[in-house]
Design a protein around this ligand. Structure first.
Ligand SMILES: [Zn+2]
Length: 596
């Protein structure tokens, strides 16, 4: 027959009732988990700052006949934190003299059962002196107070709102005497409401928008867990809630519930679909912002879509709310259909350009250089860290061999130790930053490497276009020159840059300038290279190069190509409404004129 392990719990005095109860729960559940027979718990609740000498005496008087192990929640509970040497003596007395094992529930794997070795001694000094870890301990204490119940029952219920698809029942294991460590209430699936949850997930998977799912639920007479009408956001929250996939998140810890209303595959599918739908809201609608986050105004603010009857115009956000943005900016807007068509055309034309590919190579070289630089920084930081660790190891040995009486020297050494630990932590954080940077760089590099493989279709959906815009483009801006003309400045991910000259009136053109033309943001002019001298004879190779800077007007006069070679063909959707309104306005104006 297996020998029953007898245990005593020890709680150090506490003025806080909740903390006292919490220590009790932790000790009980530890004994239960390890099949210890818990004989008794020593320690009582005492008010004031008095030391509970009575309990310490009872602890010291225990013998091997009374118990095999003593269970305490943390080392610092063994005695006051300013009595480090006392703690060590007490502990070594228990394990060495009396041969009673000791375990702390915050480190349940480690059972103190033989002579303390140097390493353990140091650990205890740090733990017992508290200082360095006090902060961690406090948060640990706060967490475990709540966690205890969730560890016993992952579906323990606290709170007031029951999520849709669930109901709350009483916990059979809970009772007023020894069942208090259990939660009073449990969260379980409500069979009658599960079809609503399934309806939501299945609709999202089918591609129904959040808005339409909410509408469907409201029309079917369902209400939210808060007793309200469904909205897009409440439906979205349900699809994202891991509770439906059998996971409960508490204090950064995920507990597995004994049931799953939605299985892994469906849950994953619905969430993928949801992210896609949110990225490309109003998928069916041609007029959603395909250049979101890419199209920026020269003033630095974003450009947003503004409706104008049956078409949309991109305009600077400062124009929507001049107060919030400290005044309007002066840059003119541009027709959204024209702009997206132009950018799309420029993109598909540019990807095959030699210079675009050269820029790719150049950018990849730059990225590789930064990655290598970061790697070498990381390796030197790692050397520094290992050196600091070595020094602290030596220090640890010094502390271990220190005369127990030299408390002041001890605290000095601990300070040095802590400082080194701090510096190690800082360096480790820096390394993780560099590693993050490298991950980003690698993903940018992958984007560039994969981008040239992409196929372009003429009948591509707006949502897919938006995806490709994001893949290839860093930014797009429209710089007006007058109300009717300006430049679109397109910067690709690899820094390759294109300029489109736009003239809306009276003889419109949208022309993609050659990629060796440069745009000057400040003067809104164009600089282009050209030959200065023509060769004097056919044999002569005396070319010399120069460059000229021209305004929009001058460029128009100099380049016939704007209307021919460089012109982009843009197809625009039919705009019957605006045509009708304009025709009506013209008619009204004519009538007025006639009357006069
Ligand atoms: Zn602006």
């Amino acid at each position: 027959m297996e020998k029953v392990i007898k245990a005593y719990g020890y709680i150090r005095i506490s003025t806080d009732n909740q903390d006292f109860e919490r220590q009790k729960v932790l000790i009980k559940s530890h004994c239960k988990k390890h099949n210890y027979e818990l004989i008794d718990i020593i320690g009582q609740q005492v008010s004031g700052k008095k030391e509970d000498t009575e309990s310490i005496q009872s602890l010291r008087s225990l013998t091997k006949n009374d118990c095999d192990i003593i269970v305490v929640t943390e080392i610092s509970r063994l005695s006051r934190t300013d009595k480090v040497t006392y703690t060590i003596n007490l502990l070594s007395d228990l394990i060495e003299e009396k041969q009673i094992n000791v375990v702390f529930t915050d480190n349940p794997e480690k059972i103190y059962d033989t002579r303390l070795n140097e390493y353990e001694l140091i650990q205890i000094i740090f733990e017992a002196s508290g200082a360095a870890k006090e902060r961690n301990k406090i948060t640990y204490r706060m967490k475990t107070g709540m966690d205890a119940k969730f560890t016993l029952d992952p579906n323990a219920f606290r709170g007031s709102i029951v999520p849709i698809g669930f109901k709350v029942i009483n916990n059979d294991k809970y009772n007023e005497e020894d069942g208090k460590q259990y939660s009073k209430k449990l969260l379980v699936p409500d069979e009658t409401k599960i079809p609503i949850v399934e309806l939501i997930f299945n609709s999202i998977i089918k591609g129904t928008t959040l808005h339409d799912v909410a509408k469907l639920l409201n029309e079917s007479g369902y209400i939210t867990s808060k007793g309200k009408r469904f909205r897009s956001s409440s439906v979205g929250d349900i699809v994202k809630n891991q509770l439906y996939n059998g996971k409960m998140k508490r204090n950064n810890h995920i507990y597995d519930l004994p049931f799953k209303i939605i299985d892994d595959k469906l849950f994953q599918l619905a969430n993928t679909k949801l992210t896609e739908n949110q990225l490309f809201k109003d998928k069916g609608n041609k007029n959603f912002n395909q250049l979101k986050g890419i199209f920026v105004c020269p003033c630095g603010k974003n450009m947003m879509l503004k409706r104008s009857l049956d078409y949309y115009v991109y305009t600077c956000v400062t124009k929507a709310n001049k107060y919030r943005h400290n005044g309007k900016c002066n840059n003119k807007g541009i027709d959204a259909d024209i702009l997206t068509e132009l950018v799309w055309n420029v993109m598909s034309l540019s990807l095959e350009e030699r210079r675009y590919r050269e820029n790719n190579d150049k950018r990849i070289k730059e990225i590789k250089y930064t990655i290598d630089l970061n790697l070498s920084k990381i390796s030197s930081l790692e050397n520094e860290i290992s050196e600091l660790k070595k020094q602290n190891e030596i220090l640890t040995n010094r502390i271990a061999n220190l005369n127990p009486e030299s408390e002041s020297l001890l605290s000095g050494l601990i300070k040095v130790y802590d400082e080194r630990e701090g510096s190690i932590k800082e360096k480790e954080e820096y390394i993780s930053n560099l590693q993050n940077q490298n991950r980003k760089s690698e993903s940018e590099m992958n984007k560039i490497l994969n981008s040239s493989k992409e196929q372009f279709f003429n009948n591509i959906k707006p949502s897919e276009r938006a995806k490709l815009f994001k893949t290839y483009l860093k930014s797009v801006s429209y710089y007006d020159v007058t109300q009717y003309k300006g430049f679109i400045h397109i910067i690709f991910q690899n820094e390759y840059t294109r300029i489109v000259a736009v003239k809306k009136y009276p003889r419109p053109f949208y022309s993609l300038l050659p990629d060796h033309f440069k745009f000057n943001i400040d003067t809104r002019s164009i600089t282009y290279p050209h030959l200065n001298n023509k060769p004097k004879s056919d044999r002569s190779l005396l070319y010399s190069f120069g460059s000229s800077t021209v305004s929009f007007e001058k460029m128009e006069k100099s380049f016939y190509d704007l209307y021919t070679e460089w012109k982009l063909d843009i197809k625009l959707p039919e705009r019957s409404k605006i045509k009708k309104v304009r025709a009506e306005n013209n008619l009204k104006a004519k009538m007025k004129y006639k009357k006069l």
